[in-house]
Design a protein around this ligand. Sequence first.
Ligand SMILES: [Zn+2]
Length: 60
Amino acid sequence: MNVGFPFCPACDAEIEIDDLDVDLGETIGCPECGCTLSVMKVGPIELDIAEEEVREWRDS
Ligand SMILES: [Zn+2]
């Protein structure tokens, strides 16, 4: 049973993922602020801001 979703460390948005969706060390994009987050821990998930990569998250 999940108590809640993890929060984005950059913008404090709740990110609706569970630990079945991600693996340790995986990176995801925050749907709110668009920054790259890496999964530091699972069960419960802990997110940290990933180092800036040369990757475009924005569409336009
Ligand atoms: Zn964010």
